[in-house]
Ligand binder design. Structure first.
Ligand code: ADP
Length: 517
């Protein structure tokens, strides 16, 4: 058995490497620069922690957040691996102590914040250590093209200046091609091995549907295709995990609830029973899954909308690790969005809230869109693939139950045009519906020919039609969410092109708005 394998099993307690890990470990051991783009939860940390143990010296990890460093160090200590950090939150004597431990060769990994590299003295200190390699965690922070640019990451260009012989391993969960190039450039990686995970999971069938009254009948219908096979069902609240597990029990499905509020022994027992196929289903909140490596999970169901595509992708990704065909079902309703928004609203910082709302919106779009599901996920993670044709509901029953909205599309596109292509979708829909609004009056838009021509539909229906037109790229969304016509949009108006939408996208909204009345 090779040394990495031995350590994988004896120190980390894993049976085998996950996809891409061995490749990364070997490249690092061969002193190569690497850049790894792998989704969250795929197991990037192991790729640098394991080689650090094989090598003699110390590895330095640059990480953007104190909390992340802290978590990593705590996790490492449970494996008996000596790691520490140097941060501005520590007292000078604590920092001295850690530096001393580095000099004595007592640590395998040292975590530092990027701003440390500004100081000449710190760089000089590092030069006295037997360095294995540098790790740049969350490497996308180095790029202004990325969504989380950090000024301090700019310091990282110094690494190759001061340490030309020390390899660099950069890791991130998300990097578009532009960001990828920028990272390579900023860090001056030399002839790096680039490992980019393929986003598409081609053994998964992905389906999403509006949830009926409580969705349980839909769930049972789905589960009837998986007698005695393992699966996970995710719910939004802890209470729901318990009531749904009981409900499944009454239908002779062996299920147990799992959430963060349960006693540790009970959680461990459920985990164990699930791994050993003693129970069929775990009904869980998102607390369940971290580190789950059961290979024969045949299905994953979401009883409500996840809050981000990242979460969703990671959760459905637990199905079919063995490569055999597996299925996923997402049941959602507008009320899920309301609940997520409420939760986001409780978060303290507006910066966090803004990102969270955007991610939620992307998730909601995914659920209602008619585009190939695999393709949408790939697009979200900046990968480009062809429609799956056979492995998602949108491809398989694409043209089923669609309704003609050519007339409505014409109305909406004309309203965008008539209002000067200077407003968001909400406003344009208000004009269409003849809303009584100050802003409309100020703009004099109540006298437009399109004012009020859409009062036969609900606002929610119009918003769906708007989404559909964006999906078809007939409408473009610009800065401040201003919508304008694309060339294709103009063509639809001129040539009276045919436009259709899944019937359900209009129906659900009808129901939702009736309820709201
Ligand atoms: P990432 O950094 O990519 O977000 P992590 O390194 O935090 O992911 O790993 C996510 C989870 O996967 C951790 O619980 C880790 O213990 C587990 N894990 C990593 N590699 C393996 C493996 N080879 N086998 C089983 N579990 C693994």
């Amino acid at each position: 058995m090779t040394e990495p394998y031995r350590i994988l099993q004896s120190v980390f307690g894993h049976h085998s490497f996950r996809a891409y890990q061995e490749e990364a470990v070997n490249a690092i051991l061969a002193q190569k620069d690497i850049m790894m783009i792998l989704p969250t939860g795929a197991g990037k940390s192991l790729c640098y922690q394991l080689p650090s143990l094989v090598m003699e010296g110390i590895s330095v990890v640059i990480s953007p957040l104190l909390a992340l460093m802290h978590d990593q160090i705590t996790a490492l200590s449970t494996f008996g691996i000596k790691a520490s950090m140097i941060s501005s939150m520590q007292s000078p004597s604590e920092i001295q102590e850690t530096m001393q431990a580095c000099r004595k060769g007592e640590l395998k990994l040292l975590y530092v914040a990027p701003e440390r590299l500004k100081g000449e003295s710190f760089l000089n200190f590092l030069q006295t250590l037997p360095l294995n390699f540098f790790v740049i965690d969350e490497a996308h922070c180095v790029s202004e093209w990325g969504h989380e640019f950090r000024e301090d990451y700019r310091q990282l260009f110094r690494l190759k200046l001061y340490f030309p012989q020390t390899p660099i391993a950069a890791f991130t969960a998300t990097a578009t091609k532009i960001v990828e190039h920028d990272i390579l450039h900023q860090l001056s990686l030399s002839n790096p091995l680039i490992i980019r995970a393929k986003v598409e999971r081609d053994n998964l069938v992905i389906k999403a549907d509006y949830r009926n009254a409580n969705g349980r009948e839909q769930l049972l219908a789905f589960l009837s295709g998986f007698e005695k096979e393992s699966g996970i069902i995710y719910t939004l609240s802890r209470k729901d995990t318990e009531s749904l597990a009981l409900f499944l029990g009454t239908h002779k499905i062996l299920a147990r609830a799992y959430h963060a509020g349960l006693p540790t022994e009970e959680k461990n027992e459920t985990f164990r029973a699930f791994l050993n196929d003693e129970i069929q289903v775990v009904v869980a909140t998102i607390a369940f899954g971290m580190g789950i490596d059961k290979s024969n999970i045949r299905f994953v169901v979401h009883m409500s909308l996840p809050k981000t595509i990242e979460n969703y992708y990671q959760e459905i990704g637990r199905a079919g690790r063995d490569g055999l065909p597996s299925s996923t079902l997402l049941l959602f309703s507008n009320s899920d969005i309301v609940e997520h928004k409420r939760r986001i609203g409780e978060q303290p910082t507006s910066e966090y809230q803004k990102v969270a709302y955007e991610k939620l919106e992307a998730m909601a779009k995914f659920a209602t869109s008619q585009v190939c599901r695999h393709q949408q996920i790939a697009n979200y993670f900046d990968d480009t693939i062809n429609p799956c044709v056979t492995r998602c509901d949108n491809c398989v029953d694409g043209e089923k139950e669609s309704v003609d909205i050519s007339h409505e599309a014409l109305k909406l596109l004309s309203s965008v045009y008539r209002t000067g292509q200077r407003f968001g979708l909400q406003y344009v829909v208000d004009v269409l519906m003849g809303a009584n609004s100050e802003k409309i009056e100020q703009n004099g838009h109540q006298s437009l020919s399109v004012f009020g021509i859409g009062s036969d539909k609900t606002k929610a229906q119009w918003l769906s039609i708007g989404d559909r037109l964006m999906e078809l790229e007939a409408l473009k969304v610009g800065e401040y969410r201003v919508i304008s016509l694309s060339e294709f949009g103009a063509q639809i108006i001129k040539q009276r092109l045919h436009v259709s939408i899944h019937a359900k996208r209009l129906e659900e909204h009808k129901r939702a708005s009736k309820k709201a009345k």
